[in-house]
Ligand binder design. Structure first.
Ligand SMILES: *Cc1c(COP(=O)(O)O)cnc(C)c1O
Length: 365
């Protein structure tokens, strides 16, 4: 695997260029241009790669590209929840974690389960209340952040919170799934670990389930990386090479997809604000996700989801296709999420086509 893209000084290349170039084998006459898809459970002795539960050249290619984008060292895992579980393995038994009161429901449910069995103390905070989060850090072991949060789109003050965690010796984890490393790089603000559901924007085509953790390129970060690598090898539910290869192919176009989704989302958020069937629009002003509260309650929200033709009524987000879902239809969704909230994952289609389809569904609600 090359670690240095060919051509001009790699440090001067923008992420848009690097993500196209990284994760390829060194140029050689007759060598393949695309990243390798390696399907082998074991390897000839004496090399860097030994056995497929601990390493695979296709993993390495993806990890090189994602690590570069986040500015750290990446490890690919079988799903976003596998990445969450790996990051939570850093919490000591019966340790204290400071976490958002409303966030991705899998994280909320996992923390609640650990709390119920006495394996963790959870201090739940409103991530937009910076002073309250900082106050909760005293004596804590881990700060868990998600920003913007899923699906309320609350934004945390990452530089302040991550700095405060660092000052107090509290390990910090940021779920960066919604922002992607193009819009936010938590390691630069002092995070110890970044978590991704690669399933979403990074892979981007609703065809793979995958996750990743990325650690800082510091001594402390490398120590955490080693613990997470051991966790992955021994936990054993590792990613399949085909999924990782597809995710790397998707990652090549991350810039184009995020740019277009974000432009579409901004335009739709503006138009939705003046639609009479929309009681509230949530959009941080950036990113490709918009959440709306539908006037007329949960039933009206369900009718909107059932009435679109172009927007896909399904869970998940970050694909090229626009998707929508009333989040509270999922029983484990936190009660802080209004039951008339519909999360819109804006895709890369033509914005006027998206608007006509959505406006028609809202008119009928
Ligand atoms: C989807 C999601 C996850 C879980 O990822 P999976 O790939 O579904 O396991 C974690 N965090 C956030 C913010 C998500 O949106």
């Amino acid at each position: 695997m090359t670690t240095t893209p060919p051509g001009p000084d790699p440090d001067r290349l923008s992420p848009a260029t690097r993500v196209v170039q990284l994760g390829r084998e060194a140029a050689a006459a007759g060598g393949q241009v695309g990243a390798p898809l390696v399907l082998s459970s074991t390897y000839h002795a004496g090399g860097d790669v030994v056995y497929a539960r601990s390493g695979n050249p296709t993993w390495s290619a993806f990890e090189e590209a994602l690590g570069d984008l986040e500015g750290g060292d990446a490890l690919v895992l079988a799903s976003g929840m596998a990445a969450v579980t790996a990051a939570l393995s850093l919490l000591p038994h019966a340790g204290t974690v400071v976490a958002p009161d409303a966030a991705y429901n899998g994280v909320v449910a996992t923390l609640a389960a650990r709390e119920a069995e006495g394996a963790a103390t959870v201090r739940r905070v409103d991530v937009t209340d910076t002073a309250a989060v900082v106050a909760a850090l005293d004596g804590a072991d881990l700060l868990w952040l998600e920003s913007p949060t899923n699906p309320l789109l609350e934004v945390a003050d990452l530089p302040t919170l991550l700095g405060a965690a660092r000052d107090r010796g509290v390990l910090s984890v940021v779920d960066n799934t919604f922002a992607t490393p193009l819009l936010q790089r938590p390691l630069e603000h002092g995070a110890d670990v970044v978590v991704h559901s690669v399933t979403k924007y990074l892979a981007g085509h609703s065809d793979v389930l995958l996750g990743a953790v990325v650690t800082a390129r510091s001594d402390a970060g490398r120590a955490v990386h080693e613990r997470l690598t051991t966790h992955r090898t021994l936990h054993g539910g590792v990613a399949g090479p085909m999924e990782v290869w597809l995710a790397l192919r998707g990652l090549r176009t991350l810039h184009l997809r995020v740019e277009r989704a974000q432009a579409n989302a901004g335009e739709l958020a503006d138009r939705l604000a003046s639609h009479p069937a929309v009681a509230r629009v949530r959009h941080p002003g950036w990113g490709g996700i918009v959440s709306i509260e539908v006037a007329g309650g949960a039933e009206a929200a369900e009718r909107v989801c059932a009435a679109t033709r172009l927007w896909v009524h399904s869970t998940s987000l970050g694909g090229v296709e626009s998707q929508l879902e009333r989040r509270r239809r999922i029983p484990s969704e936190p009660p802080q999420v209004p039951d008339n909230l519909v999360r819109l994952s804006v895709g890369i289609e033509d914005v006027d086509d998206l608007w006509r389809d959505l406006a028609r569904a809202l008119d009928r609600a």
